[in-house]
Design a protein around this ligand. Structure first.
Ligand code: ATP
Length: 238
């Protein structure tokens, strides 16, 4: 069952074609990686899904509801999607607790507390709830950013280059941590990366993109065993 569907999405900056007729879909609970070089259009896809950019053509549906087509364009706050940016964008003047509950501040106290405790436990930062972002490591800050987003119970989690700002020595363990958070919550997730290890280790399926075009969509196993083009072969060193 397709949960999120992008059909024939094209996007231009001025005359420059950034995305050329992109179509793919995601099943509920699936983790999808968008893998491509710098400038290939990966972040633009996330910005279009979240409503921060408007495509020239195409259609986007969530759970069979149209959120974008030529007549309909839901604003970001009506899409109920959660985006975690590369720099995490935590609020430096708010402690961890307040950062996590930021998006649910309209909930009653008791509900907020239940969600906060669940999120702190999920990202294993219970003992840090009163600290401020600068007192935490990059990996911990990232987990807070994810917790803050998941607290709002989004239909889809969008992660932009989740591992690129983190210490290279820690990347493998952080990958596992993020994967386990996503698995526990069963959140439908799209993450953008230029790193094939990230894509192969975490994703159920990988979308390979080059110059705004999709080159292959497949499971990590199939991409390795059955690369569909010389570009994919090259990318995976065949
Ligand atoms: N605001 C903008 N105005 C003009 N061109 C832009 C703008 N934002 C992005 N672009 C161009 O669109 C193309 C795709 O950018 P995008 O950020 O989606 O790529 P990306 O694959 O995410 O790359 P990176 O990993 O470097 O962020 C690039 O050629 C970029 O220069």
């Amino acid at each position: 069952m397709e949960y999120i569907k992008l059909e024939n999405i094209s996007f231009k900056y001025g005359k420059k074609i950034i995305l050329d007729n992109i179509s793919f879909s995601i099943k509920k609970g699936e983790v999808l990686a968008i893998l491509g070089e710098s400038g290939s259009g990966k972040s633009t896809i996330l910005r279009i899904i979240s409503g921060l950019e408007t495509p020239k053509t195409g259609k986007i549906t969530i759970d069979n509801h149209i959120i974008f087509n030529k007549n309909i364009n839901f604003p970001p706050e009506k899409r109920n999607l959660g985006m975690v940016f590369q720099d995490y964008a935590l609020f430096p003047h708010l402690n961890i607790e307040k950062n996590i509950t930021f998006g649910i501040s309209h909930f009653n106290k008791k509900t907020k507390k239940i969600i906060l405790n669940k999120m702190l436990k999920l990202v294993k930062l219970e003992e840090h709830s009163k600290k401020y972002p600068h007192e935490l490591s990059g990996g911990q800050q990232q987990r807070i950013a994810i917790a803050r987003t998941l607290a709002t119970n989004p239909k889809l989690l969008l992660l932009d280059e989740p591992f690129s700002n983190l210490d290279a020595n820690l990347q493998s363990s952080i990958r596992k941590e993020i994967k386990s958070i996503i698995d526990i919550e069963k959140t439908t997730t799209i993450f953008v990366t230029h790193n094939k290890e990230d894509a192969l280790e975490i994703a159920d399926r990988v979308v390979i993109i080059k110059d705004g075009k999709i080159i292959q969509i497949d499971t990590p196993e199939n991409i390795i065993s059955n690369p569909k083009s010389s570009y994919v072969k090259h990318l995976f060193h065949y």
